[in-house]
Ligand binder design. Sequence first.
Ligand code: ADP
Length: 170
Amino acid sequence: MKIAIFPGTFDPVTWGHLDIIIRAAAMFDKLIIAVAQSHEKVPLFDINERVEMIQVVLREALPVSQNYEVTGFDGLLVQHALDMQASIIIRGLRSVSDFDYELQMAGMNQRLAPHIETVFLMAHERYHFLSSTLIKSVAKCYGQTVDFVPPYVAENLRRKFDPSLKEGAV
Ligand code: ADP
């Protein structure tokens, strides 16, 4: 059984991430979508919110597929991969600037766990320009994000930035 793991911060999950998830789930027996705590990035959404958003949108995006699991983790990715019995790490590549960072990370992970292989999927040309960071900048200025993230995620972004939509607001 080939188990792959797709790690990321997913702050929040975008159509670009979902495209990689759907393609990877079709390639392997099981796909673990592993949401990193990522303290150093100071995420907008906490880890439980990020996990929940992925679970909600995947219920629609992969309705018949049961071959995925969404997990949260803190610490070393290769340790989480070992814990989940994954032998393949999936990463998405959008640009040359992604490549530099990904090459370093793949090299480090190879040293740490030589039997775990990193596999890269090229971003779909429709989603090359999408990044969670840019989408948050748009949402922060009350711009529309529905073209970039599923409606449920767009609604969560709106709630984060529009104080009148926050729970308990008068
Ligand atoms: P990280 O903090 O680990 O880079 P991200 O959530 O930013 O986490 O990204 C997780 C993975 O998804 C990375 O491999 C990244 O390159 C990939 N990714 C991000 N945005 C896209 C996109 N628009 N299309 C394809 N892959 C993407």
